[in-house]
Structures are given as structure tokens and as C-alpha cells.
Design a protein around this ligand. Sequence first.
Ligand SMILES: [Zn+2]
Ligand SMILES: [Zn+2]
Length: 678
Amino acid sequence: MSKQTIAVHLPDGAVREVPAGTTPLEIANSISPRLAAASVAARLTPVGAAVKQSAAVDENASEAAMYAAEDAAGPYLVDLSTPLMADTGLELMKENDPEAIKVLRHSAAHVLATAVLELFPETKLGHGPATDSGFFYDFHREKPFVPEDLARIEAKMAEVIARDEPFRRESAPREKALEEFARDGDFMKTHFVTKFTAPGDQVSFYRNGKFVDFCRGPHVPSTGRVKAVKITNLAGAYWLGDEKNPQLQRIYGTAFFSQKAMDEHFARLEEAAKRDHRLLGKQLDLFSIQELAGAGLIFWHPKGGIVRKVMEDWMREECLRRGYSLVFTPHVMRRELWKISGHEGFYAGNMYTPMELDDAEYRLKPMNCPGHILIYKNSPRSYRDLPVRLAELGNVYRYERSGTMHGLLRVRGFTQDDAHIFCTPGQIEDEVVACIDFAEAVLKTFGFHEFIVELSTWDPNDRAHYAGSDENWNLAVGSLQRALDRKGIAYKTISGEAAFYGPKIDIKLVDVLGRLWQLSTVQFDFNLPARFELEYVGEDGERHQPVMVHRALFGSVERFFGVLIEHYAGAFPLWLAPVQIGLVPISERHHAYAQKVEAELKAAGLRVETDVRNEKMNGKIRDFANQKTPYILVFGDKEQEANSVSVRTRGKGDQGSVPLAEFIVKAKALVEKQSTEL
Ligand SMILES: [Zn+2]
Ligand SMILES: [Zn+2]
């Protein structure tokens, strides 16, 4: 055994000198056996390396992420049983570490493959990565799996887990591995080994019981750590996505560290399904997408239209209050403009094809920026005119591939609450603070209490990739950071994530189900002011290029509406609700009183609908309740006589009779303060 010792740096700053070859598990045990038992895997940071974000694994990126060599500079994950051979930073990952669940789910994919091979030994294996919400494994066999097979596989997985087989890492020379895979007809494994390793490499394998898989790891210590697992879906997929290739069976599943966590996950999915804005949009008659008109194009029905009007009125009023000017720009503009803006180049793939008119070619606008720039450029500007803040609820059209559209969330035509701020370098920090204030007001007003902020900056090592001077970048990034610090907002910096033309802040709101939605953006632009030669005359009498910022807060009115529908499950707060008050006269002889009540509510600016059908009272109440109407007012002889109404409040039931005048005062007050309480 080597006498060499290595230094292991722990997160609390402690440094342990241990013999080379010591494992993270041994170190965990030396700290406390409880820590060892709670650990899932280990995160190593090469000493002296900067901590970098690891990329999320999506289904398409997963293949490369699974097999790619470790990024030598960044932290990487290893098994608890991996011998440590050099000085390193060590973090023991526990179950609550965001990456631990992925290690678990990938381990569950091995459990799935183990079960499949025990039941169907002739099956050939593809690969089995973790995804954002679970895992899958690709299999090839002549006879497709049927639902009864899946039940058997799930039962067998339970056995594999109960056997609590340790995951052990092994390695073999690449050539030997390829030879064995070729001999066994494992065409997919042969492909992965060939693609992701190089001649002369040692190839790593993971063994549990009799099952062995080509894999980079890491894994949880044993199959028993998979406390809850479920097969969720079976789908066909062509090998390498090519329909000329054999068809694979992709089995999807998900796994958790506890049954409770899994139960919560499925309860959340069920809740999300109930809140699906596409279903609620139909049920509440808010909007539609029409086959005849085309995919990704939204028809706002009268009820959705009212909500939109309230959203837009609020936004326009706020813009004016906060010193923006409202503008309108055309939907189609000459192609020449898009050439100057550069959209004809880097954005052409997202634009509708040009229309030939008598004088020139025109294109539908995918963005509002060039239009606002033309307004800015139309007058000479001095530093005294700045900042110029131009806002528009602008309709834009972007090409999305067919099949990628999703309700209001992913569309081909939408309305941005777009604004462009042109200012001096000295003004920019205050402008960014004002943008963040505005974004906070949007979230708070519309009932979102939590959000997270990401700052995307450039990668200074990839200088050639970015437009604008170093000075510009430093100014912009610095002002974004200082603005966030002034606001006392915690944020995550993601370097290398900025667009080529400038850094940005993204604000992601958290909805009632804990889901993240990317909506607001504050984006610097060093590219367009240069391309359009924007200027202002400075205090020094010289011409300068203004700083330009794009910002959108709803992001898109359509998308924000979709998020609102899901957040509130269609039960909009009073101030947003399309019908705020439903009126239920008990019988025909109360219709005259209904007219009077309706007139008074409308005079108070409230949105009312009266149900005068010849139906039973309870049926009318039920129908308004199904439409999630905030207040239902019922009245018969007694109420008519007393000039009162019997109030049913959404979520609270029958509140008894109150004088009509009293009800109006209360409802008006809730609307005026944009209360999200009802
Ligand atoms: Zn694996
Ligand atoms: Zn813009």
C-alpha cells in the first residue's frame, strides 16, 4: 500500500490528511456513522478549481452527459466507494442534494434493466439516463412489451431492490469490452462504447448482482437505496432517432428516496393536471386554438378577453406611472429593416417567410425592438431627453416547429409587454433597479409570492463570441449586480449563458405548485445601438451611443395568462375574474329586482351576469360555482323587500344576507386594491 497521503478539503473548511485510496465513505464514517448512512454519493472539486454549475440533464442531452469525460475543472460526482487518489475538495451528498435524486434515478434505471434481463434475457440494452422527473431505459427485443409485462417488471424491480445488491464499479480494457458486446450482439452498447471512449481507454462498468452495464456512474451504494419506484410509461423510439433503424421500447419510470416523496410527486401531478390551462380554458370559455386558423394562434373569447383587458390596462397604467411612453408599431415591416437589425441573419429561422409586395419584401415582426429604435432615431436626442422608455403591448410572430406548440405557453403569435430603455451609462443602474421594482410589482399584484433571479453573464474566455466592448460588458454586468444588491435580492450567476449581445437578468416566478416559470427579463443590448448607429448628444456636446435595455415583465400576455390560469386553477381573484358576480333570482317574480341589482352593480363598475333561465335555484348556483364565479348573490321575496342579497362567497359558502349597498362597497374595495384574497 502506498504511504502517500492526500489532503481532503471539507465544506466546513476542515482539511483531512488521509492515505491515498481512502474512500468518501470511509471519511464519512470517520466523521459519524450516521452521516455515512445518510450519504448518497460524493461531489469532488479539484483543488483550486472554481465552482461551476453543472448542466441539467434533459432527454436529448442525456446521452452525452452520461458518458462524457468529467470536466476536469468543475466539480464532479463519484461513488462513495471511489478511492481518492489526489488532493481534492469533498462534499458528501445527502438525499436532499438536488443532484442526489438524479443519481438515485439513474440507479433505478439499472434496477429496471436488471429486472428486464431477468424476465426477458434475450433483450438488448440501450441506455438508461435520469431525466428531470425520472428516468428511462431503452430496450430492443422482437416482441414489444405489453402492459402485463410492465406489471411483472415492476414486481421484479421490487425484488432487486429487496436484495439490496451493492453497485460495484469495475473496469476493463475498451477493446475487450467491445469484443464482448459484439459477440453478444449488443449493438447499442457497442455504439456507446465506440462513441464515448477512445482507443486504449479503460471502460467502466457497474455491477449489481449478476447485472453489468457499461456506465460512467456514479450510483447510490446499493439497490436498496431506491425506496420508491414506479414505471410510468412505455413508448416506441427508433434507435438513434432514425426510422430506418430497429424500433426500441423505451420504458419510463420515476424513483424517490421515500414512498412519501413519491406520493407527493404524484399528488402534485394530479393537481397540475386539474389545473391544465388548456382544459380550464375550454371549461371556462376563456380562449381557443382553431384548427382552421392554424396551430399556435390564440383566439381570446369574451371571458378571456376581459381578463386580458384588465391585465393590459394595469400594465399600461403602471408604465405611464413609472415614466414610460406608450407606442404602437406595425406588424409587418420591410425586409431591409430586418437586415440592418441583423434578424435576417441570426434570427431568420424563427421568422415567417417574406411577403412580396409591389415596392419591396416585407416580414412579420418577431420582435418589437427595431420599431422602437426607429422611433428613438426619429428625433435628435440629447442627454437631457434620456432615459427614453418606450413601451408597447406588441404582437409578434415567431415560427415554432409544428408539434412543439403547447396551449398558451408555446405559440406562434403572441403579445409581449415589451419596453426598450435608452439611457446614458450613468443612468443605467437606476434604470435596472426600476425594472426590478416593476417586475416585483407585477408578481405581487398578480399573486405570486416567490421568485428566483438568475444573472446570465458572458464567458470572458470566449471573447470572440460576444459583441460589444469589454467596458460595455463590465458596465452592464456591474450595474445588474449592483442593482440586485441594492434591492437585496439573492441571485444565481450563470457565466457563459448571456446572449452574444449582452448580459441579462431572468426572473422566474414560483407558482402555487412550486413550479418555476420564466417570465420577466431585463436584457442589455450592445448590438442594436451599434447596428442602427443610435446617438445622443452628451453634456460634453459630443455624440455618444446610448445604452439600450430590452425588458418584458409578463413576458408574453398569452403565456402569463396561461400561468395565471394554472396558478389560480381558473378561480381568478375578484379584480381579474371575467364575471365577478353571478345573480340568481329565485323565481320569475324576482327578475325585476334582479335588473335593479344588476344595474347598481354595473354602475359601481362590477362585472355581473344574471341567470334568468327557468331553472332551479340550486342548478343556477352550481353553474356559477362551476365557472368559479367569486360571488353568487341569491335573492327572493325577503331580500327584495329588504333591498338586500344573500351572498355566497367562492370557497366560503353561504355568508347570509347583507344590504346590497354594503355588498357593493365591500366588492368595490377588493377590486380597487387588486386583492388576491378572493
Ligand atoms: Zn449507470
Ligand atoms: Zn427588444
